[in-house]
Each structure stands twice: as structure tokens, then as C-alpha cells.
Design a protein around this ligand. Structure first.
Ligand code: ADP
Ligand code: MG
Length: 611
């Protein structure tokens, strides 16, 4: 045991107490900004101007045209637990404003150099108050139009330990843009401008509806495609905008819940939306959604989390059912009204039933026709095996563990198999997801997306390391809309994108233009690939898996450019994919370590058929 001095209990000085309390509310620059913008919203502002420098560490300024403060209020606003928004403990259960604890301003003051100028009238005269590390320096008159301007400089200058825990400036800046992007959505009546390091990154004028606001953030085309769903019942009302079933994505762009206009994380709402889509959710795809819930403030507890990002519903299950019904009936209404959707759904179903006969007749043709030599010793038996393997549930008779073990122990291929000329092997695509290929002593099942990801990952890494990526100039630049956060991601990975052959420029507004791409990317894939890469890079999981940015970027590219599940492949494409997979350094896993293939030996097959 370590020797320590005898502990004596000391009462902490008020400046230490302030800093501890500040840590609860003010985790990072984005949380300061969030509190300030909430205050401007609470003050009924119609125009809010935000300025950020040095990822918020040097400067955060929020200027509004709201109700403003009198000189006495201004003096109180930096005192802890001073608020104009609640009076008694009972009010805590009826909160209708964004703020209520009277903590934010005092917390910000404790860890920065703060200046607040405000006027609550039209005389052109207001007052200013400054504080340094929580020590208030007094109040003095100053010219100011009605409204409030809060300037925070040198955030955390007196809490070096907290600064050390911050991620990179890039990450903090991204967090700021992301937070703002989410925050502006439910307030179409407020004009927001955001300037970061001298560059205007958001100019979001007042508009008439949430859908228009969504368009201002996510792009017009995206917003037009959303289905509107609404439901009202027992003092709860919900308005949702959700993706159409055709536009589901593995990593949806937005999954945003607002309860009484406050952005909230709540898994059961996300889950309810997803459940309502369950019949359309193939291949791990998910809907984007914006959900605005309006609930009697008495039925929720917003006071369960220091940064107010979570709430407790009195009846979680009722909310789940409510959202589920709203989305389900919204989708159904859309399907009924939209004939062409029914048409395309019909052809989808027809395509699906096509797959089986095609597969069977192929198997017969190839087996009888081309002789591929040693690999196809027993064509007759293999064919029958394919046909019975297809309805996969049969394998359920084995325990999961047993199967895992089998897959693991049999995944490595013999050198014989690896050196096979894959272009000569007839392969079969199953459910648009897997490739079934016969090998010398059994069969291989290959996950088409994972396999292609591996191939592209290795190629991208090689190119990035050697710095010799071939780029192709596009005849017509590809233009598409992205959100401010998505733009910030491209900006933050600029050197990788350009080092890898992409030429991406800001086209003004929400639009970016892509004028060159890596040589081996097809030009029809540009938008999708870049979008997927952005989503991948935004997704926290990517950064955990790869510490090294080059690897992370290569993985993002591989994920974005790889063939998707559900994409039909020709015989040649399947053969080419297998050829490249088995030339890869590590053909057995995708960049994230998931298996690319499962092998079943002939021995095992015969055992399973009890032969
Ligand atoms: P809370 O928002 O929880 O009341 P804050 O510490 O964020 O606590 O703010 C304290 C008080 O300062 C608010 O209750 C409000 O009266 C006043 N205030 C802060 N910012 C503004 C602003 N932009 N406009 C008008 N009043 C403000
Ligand atoms: Mg507040």
C-alpha cells in the first residue's frame, strides 16, 4: 500500500467549488456554445449570430436580438443558481424553457474570461459586465441595441487539466458544428449565422416549416424525400420526418429526437422508428429521421442529466407505441398514395423470385457444360448440395457455438485453393449478399461487401503510403448537397481526400463539387462513395478501430466504394472479386476484423447429411 499523509478534511475554497461545478455543465467548447444559444432562444430572439475561433478555446461569441437584461439582471446572471426561469421546486416539474438551473453562465464565467453586454430596451443604451475566472469585475454602461452579446475568451485557461483531456482542435470544432446543426432544426423562426475562423459555415434564414429548416441543413433533395408522419393523443403530439423505404442507409445521416424543442438522446424512440420500418430493413439498413415530440412538461423529467441531453418519460412504453404507430401509418399512407413506389416494390419482389430459378439453371449449365478440372470433381453432388443449402435455416439444428467453431477452424484455405484460377470457377450469388464458390474439397461462402472492402482497403493503404494514387479528371464535376457537419468532415480530412485523388471544392451554400476522383473508382459511384465515407468518418466506431488516420481513411474509402449488399454481380465480377481477394495479404477478414468468407469442407458436408 502507498504511504499517504494523514487525511484532514478541508472545506474547498469557493473558486475550486465553482470549477468543479463548471465541469458538470461545461465539458467542452461545444457545451458552452449550446448553453449560450439556449439562453438566446429562451430570450425569444429571432436572430442569433455565432462566432467561433480556435475551436472555441480562443473565442466563442453569441449575439442575439432577444429580450435582453436590465442592469440588475445582468449583475445576477453570472451568479450560480440565479435564473429568471423558475421560482420554486414545483416549477422544476413544469419546465418549458431550454435553461432552468441558473448554472450555465456562472459555470462559463468560472473557467474563462467572460464579457456580457445587454440591453432590455430601445434606448440604444445597455450595460456590460466582465469576469475573469469567475471574479466579476463590475458593471458599466455601454451602447447596445436591444439584445445580448456574450463573449467567452480563453476557455479553460485556468483549468489546464481539463484542457489536457480535450480531443484535437479538429474534433472540438466538428463537435461544435454538429451540435449547432442539430440545434437549429426545431427553430425555423430564428435566423442563425455561424462563422468559424472567419468563414461563414452556416447562414440559415428564417423559414416557415421544419421541413424547410431540414432542407437548409441536409439539402433540398434530401428534405423533399422525407415522409411526414404525425399523431396526437392524450396531451402528446408527435411530428416526424422519416426516410422513404427506398432511401434507407447503413449509416443514416440524421437520427434526431427533439422533446419540447430540446435535442435528446433516447434509444427507445430510435428503436420505435426502426421497428415501424422493420419490413423494409434489409442488410442492416436504417432510416434517417427527425422526430419532434410535444409532451406536457409535467410528464417528463428533464432534470436527470447535467447537460440536459437525456430525459425520463413517465411512460416509456407508451411513447414507444405512440411513435411506432405514427411512423407505421405514415409509411402506409405514403405507399397507398404513391403508385410508382408500389410498382418498384413489385419488381423488387419479382427480381427476388427470379434469383432461384436462375441459380438452379446456371448450376446445371455450368456443371454439365464447362469442365473446370480438379476443382469440380463431383459436379452432381455439389449441385444437390447447393440446392439444399439455399434455405439456410436448416443449419439452425447446430448450435451457434458449434457453427462458430466450425467456421473458425475451417476458414484458412490450402495453398492449392488460394492459387486456383478463380476466373474459371462458376460462382453463384445468393440473396445479393454472398458468393457461393466450389473449391477442391468443399465450398466457400464469401460476403461480397466484406471481401471487396478488404481488397479496396489494401489497395488504398498501398496507394496512400506510396503517395502514388492515380487520379482521373471528371468531364462534368459531380455536385451534391451536404450538411455543415458533413462539409466540416471533408474539410478536416482534406489532405487525405486530395492525397487520394479526390478534388473536392466548396460550391457555395450546402453544395460541394467533385472534379476528380481516384482512377479505380467508377464515376457513377462518386456521390455514394463520398457520402458513405463521410458517414463512416463521422461514426465514432471508425476512430476507435484505427488509431492511425491513414488507416481510418483507407477503411472509410473501402467501406464507401465497396459493392453493397443487394447489388447483383455478373459471373465475371464475382470471379474478378475472388481473384483480387485471394491476392490480398489477408483475405480472411474485412478491415474491421469480420470474416470475409466461411468454408465448409466436403467432409463436413457429408457428415451433416449423415452419409
Ligand atoms: P438558466 O438559463 O438556467 O436560467 P443561465 O446561467 O444560463 O441559467 O442564465 C442565467 C440567467 O441569465 C437566465 O435565467 C436569464 O435570465 C439571463 N440570460 C442569460 N443569457 C441571456 C440572454 N442571451 N438574453 C437574456 N437573458 C439572458
Ligand atoms: Mg441557460
Amino acid at each position: 500500500m502507498m504511504k499517504t499523509k494523514k487525511n484532514t478534511i478541508k472545506v474547498l475554497s469557493s473558486s475550486v467549488i465553482e470549477k468543479i461545478a463548471a465541469g458538470e455543465v461545461i465539458e467542452r467548447p461545444a457545451s458552452v456554445l449550446k448553453e449560450l444559444v439556449e439562453n438566446s432562444i429562451d430570450a425569444s430572439s429571432t436572430k442569433i449570430e455565432i462566432t467561433v475561433e480556435g475551436a472555441g478555446f480562443s473565442l466563442i461569441r453569441v449575439s442575439d436580438n432577444g429580450l435582453g437584461m436590465s442592469s440588475t439582471d445582468l449583475e445576477k446572471c453570472v451568479v450560480r443558481h440565479a435564473t429568471s426561469k423558475i421560482n420554486s421546486a414545483d416549477d422544476l416539474f413544469m419546465i418549458s424553457t431550454m435553461g432552468f438551473r441558473g448554472e450555465a453562465m456562472a459555470s462559463v464565467a468560472a473557467v474563462s474570461r467572460l464579457n456580457v453586454v445587454s440591453s432590455d430596451n430601445d434606448s440604444g443604451l445597455g450595460y456590460a459586465i466582465s469576469s475573469e475566472g469567475g471574479v466579476v469585475k463590475g458593471i458599466e454602461p455601454q451602447q447596445h441595441l436591444r439584445g445580448t452579446k456574450v463573449t467567452v475568451r480563453d476557455l479553460f485557461y485556468n483549468v489546464p487539466a481539463r484542457k489536457k483531456f480535450m480531443k484535437t482542435q479538429r474534433a472540438e470544432q466538428l463537435a461544435i458544428v454538429r451540435m449547432l446543426e442539430q440545434m437549429v432544426i426545431p427553430f425555423p423562426g430564428i435566423h442563425f449565422t455561424v462563422t468559424v475562423d472567419g468563414k461563414k459555415v452556416m447562414e440559415i434564414p428564417e423559414c416557415g416549416s421544419p421541413r424547410e429548416r431540414i432542407a437548409a441543413v441536409g439539402g433540398t433533395k434530401f428534405a423533399q424525400n422525407l415522409i411526414e408522419c404525425s399523431e396526437e393523443n392524450d396531451g402528446v403530439s408527435a411530428l416526424l420526418y422519416v426516410s422513404t423505404p427506398e432511401t434507407l442507409q447503413k449509416r443514416p445521416r440524421f437520427q434526431s429526437l427533439y422533446v419540447n424543442l430540446r435535442r435528446i438522446d433516447n434509444d427507445s424512440v430510435t428503436f420505435a422508428v426502426r421497428e415501424a420500418f422493420s419490413r423494409f430493413l434489409g442488410h442492416g439498413n436504417r432510416p434517417s429521421f427527425f422526430c419532434f415530440l410535444d409532451i406536457d412538461p409535467g410528464c417528463i423529467d428533464v432534470n436527470v442529466h447535467p447537460t440536459k441531453q437525456q430525459i425520463k418519460f413517465d411512460e416509456d412504453r407508451r411513447i414507444f407505441g405512440f411513435i411506432y404507430r405514427a411512423v407505421k401509418s405514415g409509411i402506409e399512407k405514403m405507399l397507398i398514395s404513391k403508385d410508382d413506389f408500389r410498382e418498384s416494390a413489385k419488381t423488387d419482389i419479382e427480381n427476388l423470385s427470379d434469383t432461384y430459378p436462375a441459380l438452379h439453371s446456371n448450376a446445371g449449365e455450368e456443371g454439365g457444360g464447362k469442365d473446370t478440372g480438379a476443382q469440380r470433381e463431383k459436379p452432381k453432388e455439389e449441385e444437390s448440395a447447393f440446392q439444399t443449402i439455399l434455405p439456410f435455416p436448416a443449419s439452425k439444428r447446430y448450435s451457434e457455438k458449434e457453427l462458430d467453431h466450425k467456421a473458425e477452424s475451417s476458414v484458412q484455405l490450402d495453398n492449392d485453393d488460394k492459387d486456383v484460377l478463380w476466373n474459371l470457377i462458376p460462382c453463384y450469388q445468393i440473396h445479393g449478399m454472398f458468393i457461393l464458390a466450389p473449391i477442391k474439397n468443399g465450398i466457400l461462402l464469401i460476403d461480397q461487401h466484406a471481401a471487396h472492402e478488404r481488397v479496396l482497403f489494401e489497395q488504398a493503404l498501398k496507394d496512400l503510403h506510396s503517395g502514388r494514387t492515380a487520379s482521373q479528371q471528371l468531364l462534368f464535376p459531380v455536385l451534391f448537397e451536404v450538411s455543415p457537419t458533413e462539409k466540416a468532415i471533408i474539410e478536416s480530412g482534406k489532405e487525405y481526400f486530395s492525397g487520394f485523388g479526390f478534388e473536392i471544392a466548396d460550391f457555395g451554400g450546402n453544395t460541394i463539387s467533385v472534379s476528380a476522383i481516384p482512377a479505380f473508382l467508377k464515376d457513377g459511384q462518386v456521390e455514394n462513395t463520398i457520402r458513405e465515407m463521410i458517414r463512416y468518418l463521422l461514426d465514432g466506431r471508425g476512430s476507435d478501430a484505427f488509431g492511425e488516420p491513414t488507416k481510418r481513411f483507407a477503411a472509410a474509402f473501402a467501406c464507401g466504394a465497396a459493392i453493397k449488399s443487394g447489388q447483383k454481380l455478373s459471373q465475371e465480377e464475382m470471379n474478378a472479386l475472388l481473384n483480387s481477394l485471394f491476392s490480398a495479404k489477408n483475405p480472411y477478414t474485412c478491415p474491421h476484423g469480420r470474416p470475409t468468407l466461411v468454408r465448409m469442407s466436403l467432409d463436413e458436408l457429408t457428415r451433416r447429411f449423415l452419409r
